[in-house]
Design a protein around this ligand. Structure first.
Ligand SMILES: *[C@@H]1O[C@H](CO)[C@@H](O)[C@H](O)[C@H]1NC(C)=O
Ligand SMILES: *[C@@H]1O[C@H](CO)[C@@H](O)[C@H](O)[C@H]1NC(C)=O
Ligand SMILES: *[C@@H]1O[C@H](CO)[C@@H](O)[C@H](O)[C@H]1NC(C)=O
Length: 465
């Protein structure tokens, strides 16, 4: 789950918004047990324990134990590479530029040394088989992200931290045991469950090894730069088998994010917006001699918050979060300047058209306010309002008509729009977004094991087996 798809550079300016952008699951949250449900917990019997429990939980534990806050994903990528090789995958690391410098022309990451090192950042690509052909054409991409939000939180069982060196007997734990730690839900739970499900299907002969490829990306929580890099890389490939030089087309993509093991029908879009008000400074005792930028800004913000900026049956209302407001220099001076930063969750239009529709709606509201206030008609220093809607995307649709899955709609952003192409998208994973970035990030063993079963069914459906 991430907040925004803007570049890292512009995002750093938006950083203060982060805490205000608490994502919410629209449906089902009432019915979903948040972490565990004591009423359904069973005493452990051998039948309850799937054969993959130990490898699943060990993999999950290794991933959670390795800190990987966005920008510093090197070590976890190297760990994951080793784990995937041990599971008989052919693995490629894809070096991604440093997080803050993606669009910096003076990028000094021109170090040519090819040695793999935890100081770099890598997307991890894996193909089933030790000597697999690393192709993409018509494959189903099984993907999630390996970066996490700060701060690091240690791996814990039922609230008690367990140091990496301490042995753990997973078979002695009941299925409602809570596993917590940073990334345990978002999204290392998905990573571990996807790998386990793929491995299970391959071992049982239920999946053609040439039909899938795994991808674990960096930077999802900041700018999506890992997935954008992969998408650009893919677009630059040409398939040797095809006559024309067209890039490989994926068959489908399964994105792992916490959806409480429900299949997401899509998620709202997002755009950032900056509203700047200008006025004329003066003595606060004589307001008619100046023009208050703060007063103008407050009125315009109120209107934007009240306005109908569009709604749809699937995604509900477009919502505005005014995350940061600043303006003025002193209480007894008429403010000459004021501005507000907003994050808008877009419920209308398509992935490409949604941002433009929102911009039109917001500009209409701002124009109305200007007219009512009689601003901008007189002298130049009369003041005004300027709205800039930043990068963004409209609602992102995912395929959710798959037998046997409950469905939901998410209000948070994902990497789905960062992967260009005509493939079918699916969004599914264990755990709930409601704890994902909190101090209490965690899920139960049952959540993880259900996700393995869910991914098995979803992968088979996606590849058309
Ligand atoms: C893909 O090609 C474009 C144009 O040559 C280049 O700017 C971009 O860096 C390439 N992307 C990757 C991931 O190599
Ligand atoms: C959506 O906005 C309308 C007013 O524009 C309001 O009546 C309705 O309750 C809102 N829906 C939700 C789910 O908040
Ligand atoms: C792509 O793969 C699917 C099964 O995963 C198959 O049904 C379809 O025919 C393939 N298409 C092409 C163009 O190879």
């Amino acid at each position: 789950m991430k907040f925004n798809t803007r570049t890292a550079l512009t995002l750093s300016a938006l950083a203060p918004l982060a805490s205000a952008l608490l994502p919410i699951i629209e449906q089902q949250q009432q019915q979903q047990p948040l972490l565990s449900n004591p009423e359904t917990s069973n005493t452990v019997t051998e039948n309850d324990i799937p054969s993959y429990r130990v490898p699943l939980l060990s993999l999950h534990r290794t991933l959670v134990n390795t800190p990987s806050i966005s920008g510093t994903e090197g070590q976890v990528a190297l760990d994951l590479k080793k784990l995937l090789i041990d599971l008989d995958f052919t693995v490629q690391l894809q070096r991604v530029p440093p997080a803050a410098r993606i669009h910096d022309d003076d990028n000094d990451d021109d170090n040519d040394d090819d040695d793999e090192s935890p100081q770099y950042r890598y997307n991890v690509l894996a193909w089933p088989g030790r000597h697999a052909t690393p192709t993409f054409h018509n494959r189903t991409l099984i993907t999630s992200h390996i970066d996490v939000v700060p701060p690091f939180l240690p791996y814990a069982i039922n609230g008690s931290p367990v140091p990496p060196s301490e042995p753990l007997d997973f078979t002695s734990l009941s299925s409602d045991t809570l596993i917590s730690g940073r990334g345990s839900v978002d999204a290392k739970g998905s990573v571990a469950a996807q790998i386990t499900a793929t491995k299970e299907l391959l071992e049982n002969g239920e999946l053609d090894p040439a039909s899938v490829v795994l991808l674990y990306v960096v930077g999802e929580e900041i700018s999506g730069d890992g997935m954008k890099f992969f998408s650009s890389f893919l677009a630059n490939q040409t398939t040797s088998s095809s006559l024309s030089n067209t890039p490989p087309r994926l068959h489908a993509a399964i994105f792992g994010e916490p959806t409480t093991n429900l299949l997401a029908c899509g998620h709202k879009g997002i755009a950032s917006a900056l509203l700047t008000a200008t006025g004329k400074a003066g003595h606060s005792g004589y307001p008619w001699l100046g023009r208050s930028a703060t007063a103008l800004l407050v009125r315009a913000l109120d209107r934007l918050l009240q306005a109908d900026l569009g709604s749809s049956e699937r995604y509900g209302n477009t919502t505005v979060n005014v995350g940061v407001v600043q303006g003025g220099v002193a209480a007894n001076v008429i403010a000459k300047e004021a501005w507000a930063r907003m994050a808008v969750r877009i419920a209308v239009g398509g992935r490409k058209s949604g941002r433009g529709i929102l911009e039109g709606e917001m500009k209409r509201v701002v124009r109305e306010v200007l007219e009512e206030e009689g601003v901008g008609k007189g002298k130049e220093d009369d003041g005004g309002l300027e709205l800039v809607v930043g990068h963004g995307y409209g609602p992102v649709e995912c395929e959710c008509d798959v037998e046997g899955f409950g469905t939901m709609v998410a209000n948070y952003g994902t990497d789905v729009p960062n992967l260009e192409g005509e493939h079918t998208n699916y969004l599914y994973g264990p755990g709930t977004i409601l704890v994902a970035h909190g101090d209490n990030e965690g899920l139960t063993i049952q959540d993880l094991e259900e996700a393995v079963e869910g991914y098995k069914r979803l992968i088979k459906h996606a590849v058309g087996a």
